[in-house]
Design a protein around this ligand. Structure first.
Ligand SMILES: Cc1ncc(COP(=O)(O)O)c(C=O)c1O
Length: 423
C-alpha cells in the first residue's frame, strides 16, 4: 500500500513494494506517488541503475554517470560476461558475417518462417555439448522458464520452488496455475515437509547458482528427497552453464548428477555474453515443449546474427577449458583477499559474490563512493533480496587480471571501513 507520509521527502524508507497497490478505480492513480518518490530517489542514489555503458562489457568500461553526465572509465565488476566471450574477435566476426548473409532478424516465429539453417546447426551443437538428444531455444532465459514450466505443468499439479527462485521461475509457476509452494532455501528437510503435503504431478525447481547470494544448490541432498517422493526436478543453470563441471555443462555435471536431473535449463545471456534461453533433454521432451512452450511458439525466433555469435562462443567454450580454470583461480584469489580484509561475502561459493552491507538506506551511498573511486558494480536491495540484506553484487570474470581484482578489494575495503560497514 502507498505510504501515508510524503515518500518524496524521505525516499530512503521506501522501495518499489510501497507502490504496488494504490487507491481508487483508475490504474493511472498508481503513477503519481511512484513518480514523486522516484524523482527524489534518482538523484539520491537510484541513478546507479541502468547507467549506459559506452562500449563492450570488457573488464574496463566507460560509463556515463546519470547524475553528472560525465563519462568515467571504471573496472567492470558487474557483468555476467563471466568468460569474456561477448567481445571476442571470433564472435564479432561471426555476427558480422551473419548479418551480411541473413540481415538483422528472424522475422518470424520458429514454427513459421523464423527458422534458419544456423538455428539448426547451433541447436545440434548445443545438444551435443549438453550430452542430450535435443534442445529447445527460447528468446530469453526469462521466457525459457515461463514457457517450459507453464508448458509442462497444469492446474491441480504442484510446483515446489526454492524460496530464492528467480522471478522467471515464479512467473512460470503463476502462468501454469498449479499449486505453488516454496521450500526454505537449499533445505532438504523443508523440501521433504513440503513434498509430503503436495498432490498431482510434482515439479521441484532449483537453480545451479543462486544469483543474489552466489551459493550453489545442495543438489545431492535435494535430489535424494525429490526421488523418494516420485517428483521431477528442473535445474535452472542460468549462472552455471558453460562454467561448472568437467565439460562446463553445469552444476548437475559438477555433482556427477547430470543423468539424475530430469530437466536442464540455461541461458545464453551470461557466460556466452549473448541472449536467449534453452532447455535440453530427450527428443520426446523437446518435441512436447516445442509444441506447448507458448513463449517460444508465439514469439520471434532468436536473430540469426545472434545465433552465429552464440555458435562461435560455444566453440570457444569447448576449445578453451583454460578459460574456466582462469575464472576459478580468479574466484579463489578474490575470496582469499576478501577474507583477509574481513569483508563479508555471505555464503558465496561461486563467481557471484555479494558484498554484504545490510543497511538498505546506506547501500546507495556506499555504492556511489565505490563508483567514484573507479569500480562499476550494482547495489541490490529489497525486493530483489530480503529487507536489511542489501548488498553490492560482484561478478568475477576470467578476463579480470589479479591487479584488477586487487584494486577492487582495496577500493571496497577502504569505503566499507570509512562507512563503518566493516572493521
Ligand atoms: C536464475 C535465473 N534464471 C533466469 C534468468 C533470466 O535470464 P535472461 O536474463 O537470459 O532472460 C536469470 C537472469 O538473471 C536468472 O538469474
Amino acid at each position: 500500500m502507498a505510504p501515508e507520509s510524503n515518500p518524496a521527502s524521505n525516499f530512503a524508507e521506501y522501495d518499489y513494494s510501497n507502490f504496488y497497490y494504490g487507491a481508487g478505480d483508475d490504474p493511472m492513480n498508481l503513477l503519481g506517488p511512484f513518480s514523486d518518490w522516484y524523482r527524489e530517489a534518482l538523484p539520491n542514489g537510484y541513478y546507479l541503475y541502468s547507467e549506459p555503458l559506452q562500449g563492450a562489457p570488457e573488464t574496463r568500461v566507460h560509463v556515463r554517470n546519470r547524475k553528472t553526465g560525465r563519462i568515467h572509465e571504471l573496472i567492470n565488476m558487474a557483468s555476467y560476461n563471466y568468460l569474456g566471450i561477448s567481445y571476442r574477435p571470433e564472435v564479432k566476426e561471426a555476427a558480422i558475417k551473419a548479418v551480411e548473409k541473413y540481415g538483422l532478424g528472424a522475422s518470424g516465429s520458429p514454427i513459421l518462417s523464423g527458422t534458419f539453417d544456423i538455428h539448426e546447426e547451433f541447436n545440434a551443437e548445443l545438444a551435443r555439448f549438453k550430452g542430450k538428444e535435443a534442445v529447445v531455444v527460447f528468446p530469453t532465459g526469462y521466457s525459457a522458464n515461463v514457457g517450459f514450466i507453464s508448458g509442462l505443468m497444469r492446474a491441480g499439479d504442484s510446483i515446489i520452488l526454492d524460496q530464492y527462485s528467480h522471478a522467471s521461475v515464479v512467473d512460470g509457476a503463476i502462468l501454469a496455475k498449479s499449486n505453488t509452494v516454496f521450500f526454505r532455501h537449499n533445505n532438504p528437510l523443508d523440501l521433504e515437509r513440503k513434498l509430503g503435503k503436495t498432490k498431482g504431478k510434482k515439479l521441484v525447481v532449483v537453480e545451479g547458482v543462486y544469483s543474489m547470494d552466489g551459493d550453489i544448490c545442495t543438489l545431492p541432498e535435494l535430489l535424494e528427497v525429490v526421488k523418494r517422493h516420485g517428483a521431477r526436478v528442473l535445474i535452472d543453470e542460468a549462472h552455471s552453464t558453460f562454467l561448472f563441471g568437467q565439460n562446463g555443462r553445469g552444476v548437475a555435471e559438477h555433482f556427477g548428477l547430470d543423468e539424475e536431473v530430469d530437466f536442464h535449463l540455461g541461458t545464453f545471456s551470461k557466460s556466452l555474453g549473448g541472449q536467449g534461453g534453452f532447455v535440453a533433454g530427450s527428443r520426446k521432451l523437446i518435441d512436447y515443449i516445442n509444441a506447448f512452450g507458448r513463449s517460444r511458439f508465439f514469439s520471434c525466433n532468436l536473430s540469426p546474427v545472434l545465433v552465429a555469435g552464440l555458435l562461435a562462443g560455444l566453440r570457444i567454450v569447448q576449445k578453451e577449458p583454460e578459460l574456466r580454470q582462469k575464472l576459478w583461480s580468479n574466484v579463489a584469489f578474490l575470496r582469499r583477499r576478501f577474507a583477509e580484509e574481513g569483508i563479508d561475502i555471505g555464503k558465496s561459493n561461486s563467481q557471484v559474490m555479494p558484498v554484504m552491507v545490510n543497511n538498505d538506506a546506506r547501500v546507495f551511498a556506499v555504492a556511489e563512493k565505490i563508483q567514484d573511486r573507479g569500480l562499476f558494480l550494482n547495489p541490490v536491495t529489497y525486493p530483489a533480496v530480503p529487507k536489511h540484506k542489501s548488498r553490492l553484487r560482484i561478478s568475477v570474470s576470467a578476463a579480470h587480471t589479479e591487479a584488477d581484482l586487487e584494486t577492487a578489494v582495496r577500493v571496497i575495503a577502504s569505503v566499507l571501513r570509512e562507512e563503518g560497514v566493516c572493521q
